[in-house]
Design a protein around this ligand. Structure first.
Ligand code: SF4
Length: 540
């Protein structure tokens, strides 16, 4: 049987290239400063945290190391491979475009009928274009399909002319416009097997015809999550099994004023617990020990969350797991259960430490609830990551000071602080007149702040916060801590890495910073030299 389909996962563009590309926009937008604040200068080049940690571990081992967060099995790739195979198709997956190029080349030699590009983590066309060009170098005729979150966002945000321009620039043949898209993909792959495929018969497609694009009917998907999970994992023999992503729900029941996710994700949908149990049984049977639950509101509804925690305890899986958590919607019993059930870390979408800003954001949470929740989690030995933003409409220097004070007082294990990103199709955008909002993305202004001021306040905030460790949002999140722990590194080693990395980030926040010293380069290379894991790898 020939190969019907290949799905290609994440392509990480080097941080140095991203920053070089953004340099010309420095006076127009905060995008450059935002990315600079997610990276460091090391050996005179911009590094993402994920590349920096690889450099540090490689230095300790004495050869290039294979530890890379993109070795974590990507959810979308494994899920799609599983469901397409179940529909009777012959399918292969390439988890990481960067790390698995040799595998991709071998697969391309089998002349697959079509190749899909998953766009879950992208914010612009560049990584997709690079994959398309790479594939075309080996097979100029293969049908290339792009689908997933980036394509759905692009269709949500832009008018048809802009969409056509972006599709042409990307260079694929067919685009899937649905935030779920799996039903469309299954139908499309089967249609492509026919002698004369009729693309027009399949909803949710945009495809090239001559020099223009055809749009088929739009029919929103609403797929069940029950008994519909990835079951095609395979791991390298005799190596620690990486942490695995899983989800038990889709979309979100909240409506934060800055967030588009509830619009794109559709109705909040939960998998039944019997299905979750079956998946957890499977993951346990293949040796998985570390899990990341990617549900955006894992603890909602609370009664179901408690049932799930009790299931984890009763079945004695002994998973160590990380998740998102709304610490304003939880009680003491759930905190106790989380600890017993193996929770090691939670991502908290705090957003602001100011009550008025929280109201404006429609966060439906109070500062008191946040404080109580963080304290309880600390009491239970669960790592906390408080994610905050600066510059939401209505923000002033005073409200920002409240956010910084909140982080300093509550001392979460990790924090992130980033500039507000203004979307034009979210609830707060409907109040543009009230707040005087103009612009979009990282180039915005409102009655009480603009992106320049927000960028300066982010930098100032980083300088003031010393009792929590900075974790960037881009390329090295809390899930990376879970991954490196699954590979045998300790929390203490990872925290030491983050301590030096923050000094480097601050040193190089702005290229023109006259205070740039570059003094931490040596220290960051020493972090893992006494690591037990490194010793083990050195002996191999
Ligand atoms: S920010 Fe999080 S909780 Fe709020 S609507 Fe978006 S996904 Fe839901």
């Amino acid at each position: 049987m020939g190969l019907d389909f290949v799905i290609v996962g994440y392509n990480q563009i080097p941080m140095n290239d991203i920053l070089e590309g953004l340099e010309v926009t420095q006076n127009l937008s905060g995008a450059y400063n935002h990315m600079a604040g997610q990276s460091v200068v090391f050996s005179n080049r911009r590094y993402s945290y994920s590349d920096l940690i690889k450099e540090s571990i490689s230095n300790a081992i004495g050869r290039p190391c294979e530890f890379d967060i993109w070795n974590m099995p990507i959810c979308a790739v494994h899920y799609l491979v599983s469901i397409l195979r179940k529909s009777g198709l012959s399918v292969e997956g390439v988890n990481s475009f960067n790390n698995d190029k040799t595998k991709l080349i071998e697969i391309l030699k089998k002349s697959p009928r079509a190749i899909g590009i998953s766009t879950s983590y992208y914010i612009d066309n560049d990584p997709i274009k690079e994959i398309v060009e790479f594939i075309r170098d080996y097979d100029k005729d293969v049908i290339i399909i792009a689908g997933g979150a980036y394509i759905a966002n692009l269709c949500f945000e832009n008018d048809v002319n802009q969409q056509n321009w972006l599709f042409k620039d990307m260079g694929a043949d067919i685009y899937l416009n649905d935030s779920q898209g799996e039903r469309t993909l299954i139908n499309l792959c089967h249609e492509l097997k026919k002698e004369a495929p009729d693309l027009n018969s399949i909803p949710n497609l945009v495809y090239k015809e001559g020099k223009s694009f055809c749009y088929t009917a739009r029919v929103k998907e609403n797929n069940t999550l029950d008994y519909n999970y990835a079951d095609c994992y395979s791991f390298v023999k005799d190596k620690p099994i990486p942490a695995v992503f899983t989800r038990t729900s889709r979309s979100c029941s909240n409506h934060c004023a800055f967030c588009r996710y509830p619009f794109l994700g559709g109705k909040y949908t939960l998998a039944c617990l019997e299905s979750v149990e079956e998946e957890l049984d499977y993951l346990k049977s293949i040796g998985v020990e570390y899990l990341v639950f990617v549900d955006d509101t894992f603890n909602i509804p609370l009664a179901r969350f408690k049932k799930l925690l009790k299931l984890l305890i009763q079945k004695d899986y002994k998973f160590k797991w990380f998740s998102f958590l709304r610490c304003s919607d939880i009680d003491d019993e759930a905190f106790d259960l989380m600890s017993i059930a193996g929770c090691k870390g939670v991502f908290l979408g705090i957003e602001s430490g100011d009550p008025q800003i929280l109201l404006g954001m429609n966060k439906r949470a109070t500062i008191e609830q946040y404080k109580y929740g963080i304290n309880k989690l600390k009491e239970k030995g669960i790592m906390t990551m408080a994610s905050c933003m600066i510059g939401f409409p209505g923000e002033t220097e005073e409200t920002v000071a409240n956010t910084i004070k909140f982080i300093k007082e509550t001392e979460p294990t990790f924090y992130s602080l980033q500039m507000y990103f203004h979307e034009t199709k979210v609830p707060i955008a409907d109040k543009a007149d009230i707040y005087g909002i103009t612009g979009g993305g990282y180039s915005w202004c409102h009655n009480t702040m603009d992106w320049r001021m927000a960028s300066n306040l982010v930098y100032k905030g980083h300088q003031e916060i010393s009792n929590s460790l900075f974790l960037p949002i881009y390329s090295f999140q809390l899930w990376s801590i879970c991954y490196y722990m699954s590979q045998g590194f300790t929390k203490e080693e990872l925290c030491e890495f983050l301590r030096y990395a923050k000094e480097m980030m601050l040193d190089s926040y702005n290229n023109s910073n006259p205070e740039y010293r570059g003094g931490q380069d040596k220290k960051i290379l020493e972090v893992f030299k006494n690591s037990k894991m490194v010793m083990k790898y050195k002996e191999e």
